[in-house]
Design a protein around this ligand. Structure first.
Ligand SMILES: C[S@@+](CC[C@H](N)C(=O)[O-])C[C@H]1O[C@@H](n2cnc3c(N)ncnc32)[C@H](O)[C@@H]1O
Length: 222
């Protein structure tokens, strides 16, 4: 099972590389609604830096930088991050944004309690098994400082593509080459154990539309 998880994720890596190469800037230059909301939450929590998981070509990372945050953007697609770096240079934001090729299935390369805020838009719902998702949230918890905030979004079981396409088990379905782990509310609640769950709201993105939840959870202060 662990090898199968790894194989699916590795195949998705190839898929994302070729997708970004074929469709540069595919999500557009405007930030997501989730990022706009997260910037308010991070500011209210006194955050100066944001670590973004699965930043892609950077529509949200660049927005956070424009909003004054220092941003570490990670993704396993070097093609996406090359586009992010080029856009950061073009917008004179390169001093505020660093981009690192990193697979979130591996431990985060930052020390304990070193980050103020973590943002992850449509990443935890990628080709990740439930144990891998739990491990990633554990890593986020490790690198966040006390009082640090995680805002993440995921497609969920009311999405039109839930149950469609190739079933990989563990609520993961592959449709048009993209594998998605559709979240249950039970999974959201269980990932918030030991955190303060402050908000779960439903929203939609894109033409499908993708049906998502945006979750905000914070670590207790010291
Ligand atoms: C649906 S896209 C969202 C991109 C970006 N957050 C946005 O909304 O513009 C998912 C992103 O997650 C990245 N990704 C998927 N699995 C990953 C993994 N295991 N490690 C790091 N990045 C991953 C993909 O390369 C892709 O950029």
């Amino acid at each position: 099972m662990v090898d199968d998880d790894r194989d699916l994720g590795d195949a998705q890596h190839v898929h994302w590389q070729s997708t970004y190469t074929a469709h540069p800037g595919m999500y557009g230059a405007e930030p997501s609604a989730a990022a706009r909301r997260a910037a308010e939450v991070f500011r209210m929590a006194g955050s100066a830096n944001v670590l973004e998981l699965g930043a892609g070509h950077g529509r949200d990372a660049l927005f956070f930088a424009r909003e004054g945050f220092t941003v570490h953007a990670i993704d396993f697609s070097s093609a996406g991050l090359d586009q992010l770096r080029a856009a950061a240079r073009a917008q004179s934001l390169d001093a505020r944004v660093t981009a690192l090729v990193h697979d979130v299935r591996d431990p985060l390369p930052w020390p304990d309690a070193s980050q103020d805020a973590v943002f992850a838009h449509m990443v935890l719902c990628m080709a990740l098994s439930t144990p891998q998702i739990r491990a990633i949230v554990g890593e986020v918890r490790r690198v966040l400082r006390p009082g640090g905030v995680l805002v993440y979004t995921v497609r969920h079981t009311d999405d039109a593509h839930y149950g469609a396409g190739v079933a990989h088990g563990d609520d993961i379905y592959e449709h048009s080459g993209f594998a998605v782990h559709f979240f249950t509310r039970y999974l959201v609640d269980s990932l918030a154990e030991g955190w303060i769950l402050t908000e779960v709201y439903a929203f939609e993105e894109g033409d499908l539309p993708r049906r998502l939840w945006c979750i905000t959870q914070a670590l207790p202060h010291g």
